[in-house]
Design a protein around this ligand. Structure first.
Ligand code: SF4
Ligand code: SF4
Length: 311
């Protein structure tokens, strides 16, 4: 296949100008995900972009001091401002060259399966899309574009930022040179992501259970939530198990718990505040940093001592 070198340069320049941290390109033949061709049957190349979530955005939840900053600067601003703006700039550069560019950001409120909520959205605020509106599997698509690998938790891990980034994509009918697939060397299945989750949502075999994650992301675990009142879940017979993260959950029970889990305000654009503090990703980042696997180095370690936890 012949490539338009000028177009590649234009894409990289547009991404850089928009502040994108990582860009990778995968040919459509790398993708088994049927959503890709359902969205754009003529797709030839997929461009993945990623913005880092600043280490500093995790500082408050890493130390149990401030909880607002992570969800607003680490989730909302990246999803609602940075990624869409970069997608539009890169897409415009492609369309200037005469090719079609189809931007893909997450639609946080569309759910394929009822029992698999998006932890970052209210469980009551969703639409049952089923197969009606296909969405890419973002972590797998990013790995197919050479950005990194999928860790045991299901998170995308990159050499630059570990699990700390968020992604979006441009599908195009322009032929572009592919980024080599990342060599799998980051996740050693240490299990630290699973051990850190206050709701036991991560398991070695199945990755992250989105239902358990939705319940505990918003703060049902007592060891991770300083805002929980003493009488929380008083009417639940399995109150202790809920707060310890060991409650058996089906969808109905998870919704009952989530209905009672509002101990801290949400963020604009409907984002639920991440009270668990993304403990899985922080434990993973700490592990990768200490193992010397991250290329981006800091003067001080991310975690110096024991993980913050309420007794
Ligand atoms: S914490 Fe360990 S097991 Fe979990 S994703 Fe990271 S490296 Fe893999
Ligand atoms: S630590 Fe938080 S984000 Fe990670 S799996 Fe558990 S509840 Fe979900």
């Amino acid at each position: 296949m012949t490539y338009d070198g000028k177009l590649l340069e234009a894409v990289l320049t547009a991404g850089k100008a928009a502040g994108v941290d990582l860009i990778g390109i995968g040919g459509a033949e790398r993708f088994a995900d049927p959503a890709l061709r359902a969205i754009f049957p003529e797709v030839i190349s997929v461009i993945a972009i990623a913005f880092r979530v600043l280490r500093g955005s995790f500082r408050g939840i890493e130390e149990g001091t401030t909880f607002y900053q992570y969800t607003t600067t680490g989730v909302e601003t990246i999803e609602e401002i940075m990624l869409p703006s970069a997608l539009l700039k890169i897409s415009a550069a492609i369309e200037d060259a005469g090719y079609l560019a189809v931007p893909q950001r997450r639609n946080q409120k569309l759910r394929k399966e009822k029992e698999k909520p998006n932890p970052e959205m209210l469980h009551t605020d969703w639409y049952p899309a089923g197969e009606k509106e296909p969405q890419l599997d973002f972590a797998r698509a990013a790995a197919s574009c050479g950005l990194g690998e999928i860790g045991m938790s299901g998170a995308l891990l990159t050499e630059a930022f570990g699990p700390f980034q968020r992604t979006a994509f441009v599908l195009t009918d322009a032929p572009l040179p592919e980024t080599p697939r990342a060599e799998l060397h980051l996740c050693d299945r240490c299990g630290k992501c699973a051990a850190a989750c206050p709701g036991r949502a991560v398991d070695e075999k199945n990755g992250t259970d989105p239902l358990r994650c939705a319940v505990y992301y918003r703060g049902a675990g007592r060891h991770a939530n300083p805002f929980m009142p003493p009488d929380a879940y008083a009417d639940f017979p399995d109150r202790e198990a809920i707060m310890e993260g060991s409650a058996a959950l089906d969808y109905a029970h998870a919704c009952e718990i989530m209905d009672e889990t509002y101990f801290y305000p949400g963020i604009k654009h409907g984002y639920v505040s991440g009270i668990c503090g993304r403990a899985c990703d922080r434990a993973c980042y700490d592990h990768l940093e200490k193992a010397g696997k991250l290329k981006k180095c800091f003067v001080h370690p991310f975690r110096d001592g024991e993980e913050w936890r309420l007794e």
